[in-house]
Design a binder for this molecule. Structure first.
Ligand SMILES: [Cu+2]
Ligand SMILES: [Zn+2]
Length: 210
């Protein structure tokens, strides 16, 4: 054998070893990141959205919405401040995420089925009817609602629409007049905000995905 060939042969295993090492490292790297992704998805599976409330009144707040399965209930939680003390205040999803003219341009209650205004547990209700929030003696309301009608995906999604907190109490459609079946006579719009995506993780649709 000539020296050139000898040199080539002695180098080949080194090159192969380097290539094999790279492949193994890449696989380990891919496996590591795949499993860490899965862990995050498992921990925060489902969709969540957030709204920051403000308006012409001193009322402010932040509310989050979470939905852990595609057709599952939506949990609404957060805190609203500077409300009238110890009072119930209308809390709705309005159809439009347009606050270009303040809370007045967010449209009517989100009502894709053309129903009358009602209470959250009524079958006759707007999709956007979340009832009233209730403030404590300091004017703070802890929001803790679970609703089976609104969604964060599909045609009933509230993402991109508005939350409105009213200056008055929602009569839940029991006011006995025409407006009660439209607005619940909840009065002025004290604060509002556009519901935005917080996270959109893979929705768990079957236990096998766990
Ligand atoms: Cu409203
Ligand atoms: Zn309504």
């Amino acid at each position: 054998m000539d020296p050139y060939n000898n040199k080539k042969q002695s180098k080949r295993p080194l090159v192969l070893t380097a290539a094999a090492t790279s492949v193994v490292l890449f696989i380990l790297y891919a496996l590591f990141f795949k499993s860490s992704d899965d862990a995050v998805v498992h921990k925060a599976s489902g969709h969540s959205a957030v709204v920051v409330l403000s308006g012409a009144s001193p009322v402010t707040g932040t509310v989050t919405f979470t939905q852990s399965s595609k057709d599952g209930p939506v949990t609404v939680s957060g805190e609203i401040n500077n409300l009238d003390p110890s009072s119930k205040r209308g809390f709705h999803i309005h159809a439009l995420g347009d606050i270009s003219g303040g809370c007045g341009t967010t449209g009517a209650h989100f009502n894709p089925f053309g129903k009358n205004h009602g209470a959250p547990l009524d079958t006759e209700r707007h999709v956007g009817d979340l009832g009233n929030i209730e403030s404590d003696q300091y004017g703070t309301a802890a929001v803790s609602i679970t609703d089976n009608v609104i969604s964060l995906n599909g045609p009933l999604s509230i993402v991109g629409r508005a939350v409105v907190v009213h200056a008055g109490t929602d009569d839940l459609g029991k006011g006995g007049n025409e407006d009660s079946l439209k607005t619940g006579n909840a009065g002025d719009r004290a604060a509002c905000g556009v519901i935005g995506t917080l996270s959109r993780n893979r929705l768990i649709t079957s236990p096998s995905l766990n």
